[in-house]
Design a protein around this ligand. Structure first.
Ligand code: GDP
Ligand code: IMO
Ligand code: MG
Length: 428
């Protein structure tokens, strides 16, 4: 029996969906614990591509339980649409396989509107405009609306009235139109009626499942550097995306976790605003974006690309307590030579071995690069580490040494099968 947490070790889009799909083979339950439909997790099985936003990526394997935990923010319409689409594809055959925490907060139309209106102004962060920030603000401000509230008309009316009284003037100040109570209430109640069959005390469910020996996989969303506490603040999302968030966001205690695997690309990407010290410009940026198909799975925005930042990986190892790394997209570096890897920074002339996170330090930090020899051969067909070309093997081993963390898996293509497995976190 094991509980394993998957987290993004960079700025999101590391390939968590693909790795979660792979590891779901060994799990009974897959749990999303933070964020909402700002996430876009892609998996490719037998040539079929699927992008999930709210429902855990474990959903493609029949009979696995999928849980949306307490720490999530869920837009009911988006969840219902995703459920319909999954069912249309023959997935999620039983409603009993999906459990949604009654304590998860809901994203309502005014949250999305506020997010979008703010993004038109001076303080734009490059969010996904899915209402994530405003919904978490309401939660922290203790006036949020939770999934369970959608079933209680009296309470919902009261909560919505209070929220609109406070937020409508703000919406108007931002240039938007005030929201009317009754249509919002009617929509929310209708969504609640449809979601009712999935709502559960998921914390208690997970506790019992763990006690009875079930294997649990936690599917992180976003990435370490987007964490509200530990990321490149304020250019972050509003949730706890790190491994510890798996516990607070699911209601299962830390002593239940056996391993934490950080997913990293063989290079780095970032979508939205904020500092990115190893960012590339020009031909190499265009090349990585083209070869790696670096366009957002949620918003379609082009992703910014850069060299692999091992100083950032070291930080991810530390704040997540990573047991190991899974490296994705190694195939994309074919033909790139030399491959540059950031091994540390100089800030104000002083060397440091981790990415600096202070907003002033990070913009003036100079990356220190190590040049590694590349590889020219295709690697997408390789399934054994020893069959990789020498340049690819050296690159992987050097990253492992620099990050002082074992690599559990190497992904050499988007498909489930295009994977080299070195160690299995469910098998110790
Ligand atoms: P997530 O948000 O971490 O789940 O990642 P996304 O799905 O947003 O982005 C990762 C993208 O890379 C998706 O299009 C995947 O299909 C793709 N992908 C994952 N692993 C590999 C790989 O090893 N090689 C290539 N070429 N693509 C990959
Ligand atoms: P997955 O789970 C990459 C980024 C946004 C923006 C910042 C805040 O697919 O890896 P938000 O809408 O959350 O308020 O936006 O965070 N962001 C992501 N970037 N992958 C994601 O999810 C992201 N979710 C949010 O681009 O910079
Ligand atoms: Mg993504």
């Amino acid at each position: 029996m094991a509980s394993v947490v998957i987290v993004g070790a960079q700025w999101g889009d590391e390939g968590k969906g693909k790795v979660v799909d792979l590891y779901t083979e060994f799990a009974d339950i897959v749990v999303r614990y933070s964020g909402g439909s700002n996430a876009g997790h892609t998996l490719v099985v037998d040539g079929q591509k699927l992008v999930t936003h709210l429902v855990p990526s474990g959903v493609v394997r029949a009979g696995k339980k999928c849980v949306l935990g307490d720490g999530m923010v869920i837009e009911p319409e988006v969840l219902l649409k995703e459920i319909r689409e999954l069912k249309g594809k023959g997935l999620l055959q039983s409603d009993a396989d999906l459990l949604v925490s009654a304590r998860a907060h809901v994203i309502l139309p005014y949250h999305k509107e506020i997010d979008a209106l703010r993004e038109e102004g001076k303080g734009a962060l490059g969010t996904t405009k899915r209402g994530i920030g405003p919904a978490y603000e309401a939660k922290a401000g203790r006036r949020g609306i939770r999934a369970g509230d959608l079933l209680r008309e009296g309470r919902l009316r009261e909560l919505l009235t209070r929220n609109l009284e406070e937020l409508n003037p703000y919406v108007e100040r931002l240039g938007g139109t005030a929201f009317a109570l009754e249509p919002l209430l009617a929509e929310a109640l209708a969504a609640g009626a449809e979601l009712k069959r999935y709502l559960a005390d998921t914390s208690r469910y997970l506790y019992r499942a763990h006690k009875s020996g079930r294997d649990i996989l936690f599917e992180g969303a976003q990435g370490t550097l987007l964490d509200v506490d530990h990321g490149t603040y304020p250019y972050v999302t509003s949730a706890s995306t790190v491994a510890a968030g798996a516990c607070s966001g699911s209601g299962l205690g830390p002593t239940t976790i056996d391993a934490v695997i950080g997913i990293c690309k063989a290079y780095t990407t970032r979508v939205g605003g904020g500092p990115f010290p190893t960012e590339l410009k020009g031909a190499m940026d265009a090349r990585l974006r083209r070869t790696g198909e670096e366009f957002g799975a949620t918003t379609g925005r082009p992703r910014r690309t850069g060299w692999l930042d091992v100083a950032a990986l070291r930080y991810a190892v530390r704040v997540n307590g990573l047991s190991g790394l899974a490296m994705t997209k190694l195939d994309v570096l074919r033909g790139v030579s030399p491959i540059k890897v950031c091994v540390g920074y100089r800030v104000g002339g002083k060397p440091q071995d981790e990415i600096p996170l202070d907003p002033e330090d990070i913009v003036q930090a100079e990356p220190i690069y190590e040049d590694l020899e590349g590889f020219a051969e295709e690697i997408q067909s390789k399934r054994e580490f020893d069959d990789l070309p020498a340049g690819a093997r050296r690159f992987v081993r050097r990253v492992e040494a620099l990050a002082e963390t074992p690599i559990y898996l190497i992904s050499v293509g988007p498909s489930r099968s295009e994977t080299i497995v070195l160690r299995n976190p469910f098998r110790g």
